[in-house]
Ligand binder design. Sequence first.
Ligand SMILES: C[S@@+](CC[C@H](N)C(=O)[O-])C[C@H]1O[C@@H](n2cnc3c(N)ncnc32)[C@H](O)[C@@H]1O
Length: 318
Amino acid sequence: MTPEQQDSCGQRRYLFVSSIDASRGLGGHHDPALPRGLGRRGSTDRAPRIESSQQNHRYLAIDVDSAAMQSTELQDAVDAISWYHKMELPGGILTPGESDTARGLPRLRLPERLDGLSVLDIGAWDGFYSFEAKRRGAARVLATDSYSWTGPGWGSKAGFLLARRALGLDVEDLDIDVMELAPDRVGTFDVVLLLGVLYHLKDPITAIERAASVTNHLLIVETVTNLSWSPFPAARLFVGSELNNDDSNWWALNPTALHSLLKRAGFQDVQTVYRTQLARRVARALDQSIRHQRSFWSQVRGARIVLHARKEPQILRS
Ligand SMILES: C[S@@+](CC[C@H](N)C(=O)[O-])C[C@H]1O[C@@H](n2cnc3c(N)ncnc32)[C@H](O)[C@@H]1O
């Protein structure tokens, strides 16, 4: 049995969550635009059952048959996982992730309806944006990840598996590195989401090309940008953990570089649909410099940016 594996025991389905999750935080990772320290789990006296022990993992067996799952069971299962996304599950249960999805979602300008379309979510983690695409009517959604699901990343796949079961949404999943994405591996998709991933990669240029290769119409990119004042395509390199005290962050491409690379990768139309306002960057930089002794100016220069890149200009305009 591997961690976070779903299995059948008689008539019932169980989700086996490695209890290592329960003690494992997000490590050094923290997304730059998000407030730190939100949503750490409180204690609970409703401990999930510990089913078995193997290779330093202990497995919590959670009955995840949607009809049979009680809200106390779901709450226990939620409490046993380190979440990244805040999302609402049945019974009013809110997952305690640090990523404020209620703030992040409107910034994406995701089309209100995705009826009949196929959607690929690259670096989906707990899957909030995959589930949102399905809620908006997408015919097919494929959530992919590797670093946080099965790699050395900050979390696990347990949140995605639990949320998918609890929400009862038909979202597919595939463990695959962004660098391995290609039409012959995953097919092509009408809409592709590349959210919060680019700055974690040593080679963001190839990642943009990989994402473009599997996009039929619209690629939505959300990332960290820097050096925005430069009229030339440029990127800031983070050699250590300068970006948010996280040494898995490498590059912040400036807007000119992002636009140029997306066009070179085959998108005719590239629009910036969101960029963090200066007032917000200053407020955040003040907070970070006081609370975490981070460089004020470095924080002010960095921003989040969302781009819509279309293969043909008129398609999927909201
Ligand atoms: C900051 S989180 C963003 C999660 C989600 N897309 C969102 O916007 O809320 C970065 C995600 O990228 C994933 N990731 C990092 N490197 C990756 C790689 N080489 N291939 C696939 N996913 C990767 C991580 O596992 C993690 O889920």
